[in-house]
Design a protein around this ligand. Structure first.
Ligand SMILES: N[C@@H](CCC(=O)N[C@@H](CS)C(=O)NCC(=O)O)C(=O)O
Length: 350
């Protein structure tokens, strides 16, 4: 829309410039004719400059240039509009198909798989997918779709013809609709602890992960998502120019981005120590049975294991708190089994 207005504005400006140029030329020709006529003592020829500054006479060359400009601008605007219409049509068709499909299974809008490494580099997308596997809910992962209409983020899901944004809201909705009993044995106090743990994981611990990923070892992240060689050179420029400044601003706004390296390492250590102490010798966060909060905690801790071996996350989880590394392995096999890490896009527990 903005581009079309810009094209129209360009066309109008071209016309104005043209008119101005021709008016100036005509005025000059007219005044030269008048002064020559006066010098010669003859009356000026009324046919010269008959249209004055209002009647614009274009030469053939000027007309043809104006027409060509108009045609080019018109063609570009029509092409832009056509592309927009085709995209809108395709999106509508996809939505229609997905609404139908979502009567029987969830369509999970997430990110691409990372071959031989991890099913997702997005903690929220991974937690939703893990939850569906723990609860045996059939789904299809859609990696090419748009961001959610409501939050402009991923993941989101199409379920029963409805778009549900936000992984936590998706989990709550599916728990209700599928009558998921993962947390049924938890006492109100345990439920509250699980809730606090879920919030700490999703609303706090996520930021050290994001910060480390983008500002301490971006090369490793590029490697994990399979962007290497010429693709990396090509994508790095827009990423450095547009994505990283946005993330930096976000982290600064949250406060985490204002800590120095040593302070950040203290925060990471304290959080991992808390996870390790809550887990203790248990198999899962809330006991020996898996519960919903494990989907949240696992999705975050698994991402920490993707960092290089000499990273603070990896070192702590391997050497100081090895129960966390074992937990990640246990959860991986419980949720994905043999599908780890190259899980198929469709999960059908039947
Ligand atoms: N609270 C949301 C967080 C989702 C989120 O932040 N997703 C990231 C990708 S991991 C995203 O879409 N970012 C794009 C953006 O913020 O523009 C959830 O749990 O689903």
């Amino acid at each position: 829309m903005r581009k079309r207005r810009f094209c129209e504005l360009e066309l109008a400006m071209t016309r104005i410039r043209f008119t101005e140029k021709i008016c100036v030329e005509e005025e000059a020709a007219l005044s030269q004719h008048h002064s020559t006529a006066a010098n010669q003592g003859v009356p000026p020829d009324p046919s010269i400059g008959a249209h004055g500054t209002m009647g614009i006479q274009l030469t053939d060359q000027q007309w043809s240039l104006l027409q060509k400009t108009g045609i080019l601008v018109g063609a570009a605007a029509s092409l832009h509009l056509a592309v927009k219409l085709v995209k809108a049509y395709k999106a509508k068709q996809r939505e229609k198909k997905e609404k139908k499909e979502s009567a029987d299974r969830v369509v999970l809008h997430g990110f691409w798989r990372c071959k031989d490494i991890t099913p997702s580099v997005s903690p929220p997308a991974l937690r939703l997918e893990v939850f569906m596997r723990l609860a045996k809910i059939p789904y299809r992962l859609e990696t090419e779709g748009p961001m959610s209409k409501k939050h402009a983020k991923k993941p989101w899901m199409m379920w029963k013809g409805e778009e549900v944004a936000d992984s936590v809201l998706c989990i709550q909705r599916l728990t209700k609709d599928f009558n998921v009993k993962l947390d049924d044995k938890l006492t109100p106090e345990q439920l509250a602890t699980a809730h606090a743990l879920m919030r700490m994981t999703n609303e706090h611990f996520i930021w050290p992960i994001v910060d480390y990923r983008f500002f301490s070892d971006l090369d490793r992240f590029a490697e994990v998502v399979g962007i290497t060689g010429w693709k990396k050179a090509l994508l790095m420029v827009p990423f450095l120019l547009f994505v990283l400044p946005r993330v930096k601003k976000l982290l600064y706004g949250l406060g985490y981005g204002r800590f120095d390296k040593q302070e950040k390492e203290e925060i990471i250590r304290d959080d991992l120590k808390a996870f390790a102490n809550i887990l203790g010798k248990k198999k899962y966060m809330m006991g020996d049975s898996v519960t919903t909060v494990d989907a949240h905690v696992f999705a975050a801790l698994q991402q920490c294991m993707l960092f290089r071996e000499d990273s603070i996350f990896h070192t702590l989880m391997t050497k100081e708190y090895p129960n966390l590394k074992e937990y990640v392995t246990r959860m991986q096999s419980l949720a994905f089994g043999a599908d780890w890490p190259n899980a198929p896009l469709v999960y059908d527990p039947k």
